[in-house]
Structure formats: C-alpha cells, structure tokens
Design a protein around this ligand. Structure first.
Ligand code: MTE
Length: 326
C-alpha cells in the first residue's frame, strides 16, 4: 500500500463526536438487525437485481471464528474508510468518487482452463438462492481491521458451475479497466487493471466469498460493487473489487501489489503476526468502527494467525514455510 508511514494508523476519522456517536448507534442497530434478520426482513424491498437481501440466510460459516470481542464495525466506517485506488489513494476518495461507476448491467468474463468459458451477466453468476450472510474479520495490511457482515455466494459454488479443467491450479481475477469511470487509473499508481489471484484450493475453500452486499444491502460502489472477492484469512488487498474477469490457469498469476513491491507483498498474503512487513510489524491491529477506550482512542489488539481462521484454513498450508511464502 502507498502508506504514509508517518500516519498509517490514520485515526482522525474516529475521534468521538456527537455525530459519530449518533452514527455508531444507528449503524450498530442496523448491524444488530442484520444479525437478527427479522427487523430488516420486515422492511427491506426486493432489490432491482432481483435479490431479496433481507431473505438471505446466515450460513454455518458466518461468525465462524468470532468472539465477543468482535463487535460488528459501523456501517459508516465500512463504507467511508476504503481502499479502492481506481478512485484515488485517500481513504475518503472511494466514497467521494465511486458513485460514477456504472454497475448495471455488469458482466464477468470467464476464460482459461475451464469447461464453461464465456461472458456471464451478474445474474448468470449470482444465484440468489445461493447467497449467504457471513460476518467476517477483515484485516488490512496497513494495520487496521473491521468486522463486516457480507452478503455473498461461496466462490466454490460458482467455480463448480464453471468447471475448471484438471490442469487448472490457480484462479486469477481482474478489476474493470476504464479510466473514464475510474479516474485513479489515469495515474500509474499501480499497473492497471488491479489483479489478484488465489490457488484453486484456496479459491474453493468454503470461507472464500464472492460478495455482492454488506449489512443486508447491495454493495456500495466504494466497497467493490457489484461483485468483489472476500478472503477473510488474507490481508484485505487480496479481496479484489468490481471483478470483470476470472481466469483459470496452471501458473501462479501476477498480482498488482506483488508486481508493485515484490519484497513487501507476496502471492499468499496470509494474515500472519509472525511475519512482519519489511517496514512495520504485523503483530498488532486497530479495530475500526467498534469500541474505543476511555480516552476515545481505538486500542491496539494482537493480530491472530490466519486472522483467527487457523482451524479452518491452516491445512491449506501444511508443510509450507510461511515466512518464505508470505
Ligand atoms: N480492489 C481494487 N480493484 N482496487 C483496490 O485499490 N484495494 C484493496 C482491496 N481491493 C483495492 C481492491 C485493499 S488494499 C483493501 S484493504 C480492500 O480492498 C479494502 O476493502 P474495503 O474498502 O471494502 O474495506
């Protein structure tokens, strides 16, 4: 990330003011309603994409690794403090500028080593009955984290329908390339389009989600509408937004941050408090949009191995040296 190290826990946005307290209360209620299902269920309309977000059930994977210390982050922080460099590098830029992105209609190209390649519409790819709500920890490599209730479809369900061939070992993802709609792409901050990749078994792990909503609503553009990846045991930058291409391949695909700074960002990017970023520790994090201490600050908390999902995903990395494969 293009971190201004001087201030990489940029917490100005979280100073407590009556306004933020108000928003927190409102959004906490909203989050609680999502968790409870019923309240929102009574109010929410069926969405224009034909998705009744309110009717989406929680899956057994929801809250898989959460504890009572994992309060759901406020809606406002999740949708106003973002990384989406296609719209600028300031945390507020995505909320400010992503509104101009046209997400309807939306298609995703499927290619490479797969039995059913082609151009799929959002509706072809996302079957409403397969949607689930998943409350996940989300840890950014910059040292902050959130707890977000996503709505999405397990990527494995999509992959099974697409039918990778026997030689496919990796899945590569690309974000839309359109500098007219994405002004940040006019600057060569990264080698556009934004690219990410997973090993096929990581992509097919039941925790890996293609998210289309959060907090019981459609994804706001700044969060990667209409469809983005969420891989809860990896640093946030693996969770690529506004995906337009999914490619099955037999070789490890290039990824944006690895191309930009290979010594800082590896292909795996698993959350690992034991492997520091070359310029800062990864042992601690600050949970945003949640509890503050008596001074109104967000305290540091220890980062958990594989972001707390160790029990579920550690087997994927059995025998691997995770300091080397960072
Ligand atoms: N995807 C695209 N296309 N462009 C980006 O700049 N930023 C990544 C990831 N996905 C990014 C992206 C980073 S660094 C993080 S931490 C998360 O999105 C942030 O997701 P959020 O804004 O929904 O919290």
């Amino acid at each position: 990330m293009l971190i201004k190290l001087r201030n990489h826990f940029d917490l100005k946005a979280f100073e407590i003011t009556p306004k933020t307290v108000f928003h927190q209360r409102r959004t906490f209620l909203k989050a609680a309603a999502v968790a409870g299902g019923a309240l929102i269920g009574a109010m929410a309309p069926v969405h224009a994409r034909g998705i009744n977000f309110a009717g989406v059930a929680k899956s057994k994977w929801s809250e898989a690794a959460l504890s009572e210390h994992d309060q759901i982050s406020t809606y406002d922080i999740a949708t106003e403090y973002n990384n989406f460099y296609e719209f600028g590098t300031d945390k507020g830029d995505p909320a400010r500028y992503a509104g101009r992105l046209k997400t309807k209609p939306w298609t995703v190209n499927i290619d490479g080593l797969v039995e059913n390649p082609g151009t799929y519409s959002f509706q072809d790819l996302v079957r409403p009955h397969q949607l689930e709500e998943r409350v996940y920890r989300f840890r950014c490599v910059e040292g902050w984290s959130m707890v977000i209730p996503w709505v999405g479809i397990p990527l494995t369900d999509v992959i099974k329908r697409l039918g990778p061939t026997g030689s496919a070992k990796y899945v590569a993802f690309e974000t839309l390339l359109d500098p007219k709609q994405m002004p940040g792409q006019r600057r060569r901050v990264l080698d556009w389009p934004y690219r990410e990749g997973l090993r096929l078994d990581e992509a097919m792990h039941p925790l890996t989600l293609l998210a289309v909503g959060l907090y019981g609503e459609e994804l706001p553009n700044q969060n990667g509408a209409p469809i983005r990846l969420v891989v809860p045991w990896k640093y946030g930058f693996k969770s690529i937004k506004s995906v337009v291409r999914i490619t099955f391949t037999d070789t490890q695909p290039p990824t944006s941050w690895n191309m930009s700074a290979p010594n800082e960002y590896g292909f795996y990017s698993n959350v690992n408090p034991l492997v520091d970023h070359p310029r800062w520790s990864q042992a601690w994090e600050r949970r945003l949009g949640g509890e503050t201490n008596i001074f109104g600050f967000v305290p540091k908390r220890p980062t958990l191995f594989l972001n707390g999902y160790e029990e579920d995903v550690a087997a994927l990395y059995a025998g691997m040296n995770l300091a080397k494969n960072y």
